[in-house]
Design a protein around this ligand. Structure first.
Ligand code: 13P
Length: 252
């Protein structure tokens, strides 16, 4: 059975002290009221080592929001997958639309990052999703398929099993505009069918596919009730313990 996951993506928010406070608060809240799903928080690099010490990793997984496309060496300012892993983190988000758009990360660069993350024992939350113009042109299926083919369909079935997919329509990120649960289910089911065509039905059935884009406690229950939506990747609503816990509780 595939995992149900609620993952937070803090993006470039929270200084170190604020981040530790949020992680500590969430850890306490989930110790008092055990979640019914896997919970992951993905934080800026500088938070990882400290946050790793304050959370119970059997309840909250820890992830980075990015890693380098090079193994090590003279790449000033970069953080390698090995460094991420050494903090105690278990996950890394790759392919987020903000990285693709603002930092020009291409499918080839992302392919390298995915390989390095897996080689260093990290699980990858791989993001895919179309822009508003692509949705209006009814190209969303084409776009998500190409994103999978471009960066993760080179993997063996065993390695693909370490990938969590996050479908995040760009037009729904931070806009308050959520895909309807029907729209999300339609494309999640399509994504699963593309994975089945490539790796077979069993692998596809075991792949967790998360929805991201203005997901909050009020709309999470309807989204998570759909058969192909296995949880969420949460931006804004992961920055307050009560908001994030509200989404986690949607699995109850
Ligand atoms: P919001 O939840 O703020 O829309 O962000 C979604 C996202 O990009 C998570 O990676």
């Amino acid at each position: 059975m595939r995992k149900k996951i609620v993952a937070g993506n803090w993006k470039m928010n929270k200084n170190l002290q604020e981040g530790i406070a949020l992680a500590t608060e969430l850890n306490e809240a989930l110790a008092a009221d055990k979640p019914n799903c896997d919970v992951v928080i993905c934080t800026p690099f500088i938070h990882l080592a400290k946050v790793s010490e304050v959370i119970d990793h059997s309840v909250i997984g820890l992830g980075a929001e990015n890693c380098a496309d090079k193994e090590k060496g003279a790449y000033t300012g970069e953080v390698s997958a090995e460094m991420v892993k050494s903090t105690g983190a278990e996950y890394v988000i790759l392919g987020h639309s903000e990285r693709r758009e603002y930092y020009k990360e291409t499918p080839e660069i992302l392919k390298e990052k995915v390989l390095l993350a897996l080689a260093n024992g990290l699980k990858v939350i791989f993001c895919i999703g179309e822009s508003l113009a692509e949705r209006e042109a009814n190209k969303q299926n084409e776009v998500v398929k190409a994103e999978l083919e471009g960066s993760v369909f080179n993997l063996s079935a065993e390695d693909f099993g370490k990938i969590v997919i996050a479908y995040e329509p760009i037009w729904a990120i931070g806009t308050g505009k959520t895909a309807t649960s029907e729209q999300a289910e339609e494309i999640h089911s399509y994504i699963r069918s593309v994975i089945a065509d490539k790796y077979g039905k069993e692998v596809a059935e075991n792949t967790s596919i998360l929805y991201g884009g203005s997901c909050k406690a009020s709309n999470a229950p309807e989204l998570f009730a759909k058969p192909d939506i296995d949880g969420g990747l949460i931006g804004g609503a992961s920055l307050k313990c009560a908001d994030f816990k509200g989404i986690i509780d949607a699995w109850k």
